[in-house]
Design a protein around this ligand. Structure first.
Ligand code: AP5
Length: 216
C-alpha cells in the first residue's frame, strides 16, 4: 500500500506514522527525519537543508525530490510505503505522481490529519524526540518528567524548529504551500480526512479505519 500523510506541523504525522507503518508492515519514510539525520551527521545534504529548517522554510524542491527519489528506489519501498512530510507542495505532488508512474505505480490514499492551530502550538511546545530510536514523546500528555526514552533509554531532545516564532512561521508556510494539497488530492479522489485530536491510540484506530477501504 502507498500512503501519504498530510497535516500541519504538530498534527501527529510522525506519531501516527510509526504505528500505521508498523501495522501495515510498510516502511515509514519521513523527509523531516532524513533531513535531521543528515544535519546531525554533518553531510552535504544536511548542510544544504539546515538553514531552511532552522527558519521553518521548505528545503528547495530539487534537493528534497532527489532525496525522496533515492529513498523510494530502495528495495524495501518497492511494494509500499508511508510518506510523512512529502509531498509538501503541489510541484512535489506532481513530481511524485510522475515518479511513481515511471515505476508503474500510484498512490493508494492520502490521509489528512485535522487539528486546530491552538492544539498544534500546545503539542509542539512540549514535544521531545529520542536521539536513539526516534520515538516521539510529549512532556505533558506522556507525563515525561525526565529526558530519558522509556522505550530504549536514549536521550530526549527538543527540536530547534519548535521555538514558538519558528512554529508560527511553519504554520504560515503550511497554509500557503502545503494546504493546497488537500484539494489537489481530493480532486484525484484519494483523500480521506480524520479528526486527529484525542488520545493517540484513538487517532490510530480512526486512521486505520479510514485506510481500510483502500487496502487490497
Ligand atoms: P517535519 O519534520 O516534516 O515537520 P512538520 O511537518 O512541521 O511536522 P512535525 O514533525 O513538526 O509534526 P508532526 O505532525 O509529525 O507531529 P508529531 O507526531 O511529532 O519537517 C521539518 C522541516 O524539514 C520542515 O520545516 C522543512 O524545512 C523540512 N522538510 C521536511 N519535509 C520537506 C519537504 N517535503 N519539502 C521541503 N522541506 C521539507 O506530534 C507533535 C507532538 O504532539 C509530539 O510531542 C506528540 O507526542 C504529540 N502528540 C501527537 N499526537 C497527539 C495526540 N493525539 N494527543 C496529544 N499529543 C499528541
Amino acid at each position: 500500500m502507498r500512503v501519504v500523510l498530510v497535516g500541519p506541523p504538530g498534527a501527529g504525522k510522525g506519531t501516527q506514522a510509526q504505528f500505521i507503518a508498523s501495522h501495515l508492515s510498510i516502511p515509514k519514510i519521513s523527509t523531516g527525519d532524513i533531513f535531521r539525520a543528515n544535519v546531525s551527521g554533518g553531510s552535504e545534504l544536511g548542510r544544504k537543508a539546515k538553514g531552511y529548517m532552522d527558519r521553518g522554510d521548505l528545503v528547495p524542491d530539487e534537493v528534497t525530490i532527489a532525496m525522496v527519489r533515492d529513498r523510494l528506489s530502495e528495495d524495501d519501498a518497492r511494494d509500499g510505503f508511508l510518506l510523512d512530510g512529502f509531498p509538501r507542495n503541489v510541484p512535489q505532488a506532481e513530481t511524485l505522481k510522475k515518479m511513481l508512474a515511471e515505476w508503474d505505480a500510484r498512490l493508494d490514499v492520502v490521509l489528512e490529519l485535522v487539528v486546530d492551530e491552538e492544539e498544534v502550538v500546545r503539542r509542539l511546545s512540549g514535544r521531545r524526540t529520542c536521539d536513539t530510536c526516534g520515538r516521539i514523546w510529549h512532556v505533558v500528555f506522556d507525563d515525561k518528567r525526565d529526558d530519558v526514552c522509556d522505550d530504549c533509554g536514549g536521550r530526549l531532545y527538543q527540536r530547534d524548529d519548535d521555538r514558538e516564532e519558528v512554529v508560527r512561521h511553519r504554520l504560515e508556510v503550511y497554509q500557503e504551500q502545503t494546504a493546497p494539497l488537500v484539494s489537489f488530492y481530493a480532486e484525484e479522489g484519494i483523500l480521506v480526512g480524520i479528526d486527529a485530536t484525542g488520545p493517540v491510540e484513538e487517532v490510530t484506530e480512526r486512521a486505520l479505519a479510514a485506510l481500510r477501504p483502500f487496502m487490497d
